[in-house]
Design a protein. Structure first.
Length: 262
């Protein structure tokens, strides 16, 4: 596991976007072998998406041969709902870059058979050759995607009931009322994420410091699902200084040293 400690959210976003762009260019995607990118929603990736848009506008990266799979979607929200993750992704990234809409995959939360939708999503990931790089964020309770505390570390794409804490955290997108947040979502599983050849996680702010400590310094634990990355051969956590508040001084010093960060 790599832990990249940067000054603030802006530096994190710049680093992450340039890393993703460099990975796409180094891969050299073509129509028959696209770069498969996993993507999140929420506040954490917004800065990275803005930076990626900027890199595209400068001609430094193209998404024409990129296939995307999003992490999750609220169950019961149509794609055109202003708070759906379909809407979020097109508003904040896809409509600003050269990606082919047929190469975008987002779980459909407005289906009659959500179980079949989840199974089909797993099959589509496999048909695309698996995910090359999965970008994600982390919740204040250490969850990744909507894999709440207690989720199986072998879980696949499925329906998840959201905790009160998660609904409270997401209430800012629903007029500040947690009751307005859907109670269930479709989400990729921990096992789905772990299958990606590389995982890149964004962690910002002191409110996530306790969870980051658990994920990095404590053992692998299904109550802190991000801790699964301790088992991944190519995992990178990008965090700001505030998120390291509960890490040991020696831990921070070690990771800064090996990354050449002063």
């Amino acid at each position: 596991m790599r832990l990249v400690v940067l000054k603030d959210y802006d530096e994190m976003s710049h680093w992450a976007a340039n890393y993703i762009a460099a990975r796409i260019k180094a891969y050299g995607p073509v129509a028959a072998k696209p770069f498969v990118l996993g993507l999140p929603t929420g506040s954490s990736p917004l800065g990275t998406y803005r930076q990626l848009i900027g890199l595209y506008q400068k001609g430094e990266v193209s998404f024409a041969k990129v296939v995307t799979f999003n992490m999750d979607e609220y169950l019961g929200l149509a794609a055109d709902h202003p708070q759906s993750y379909h809407y979020f992704m097109w508003d904040n990234l896809f409509s600003h870059i050269d990606i082919d809409k047929d190469r975008v995959h987002i779980l459909n939360g407005d289906v009659q058979d959500p179980h079949a939708e989840c199974a089909a999503y797993e099959a589509a990931i496999q048909a695309a050759g698996g995910i090359e790089l999965f970008l994600g964020g982390m919740g204040e309770d250490g969850h990744i995607a909507f894999n709440e505390p207690g989720s199986s570390l072998y879980s696949r794409t499925r329906i998840k009931t959201l905790t009160t804490d998660t609904k409270t955290a997401n209430a800012r997108f629903f007029g500040g009322d947690p009751a307005g947040v859907p109670s269930r979502a479709l989400t990729v599983g921990v096992g789905t994420i772990m299958d990606a050849r590389e995982v890149l996680i964004l962690v910002s702010g002191y409110k996530k410091a306790r969870a980051l400590r658990a994920a990095v310094e404590e053992g692998i634990n299904h109550m802190w699902t991000l801790s699964c990355l301790q088992m991944h051969p190519r995992a990178v956590i990008i965090c700001d200084e505030a998120a390291t508040d509960e890490l040991r001084v020696g831990t921070v010093r070690y990771f800064k040293d090996i990354e050449g960060i002063r």
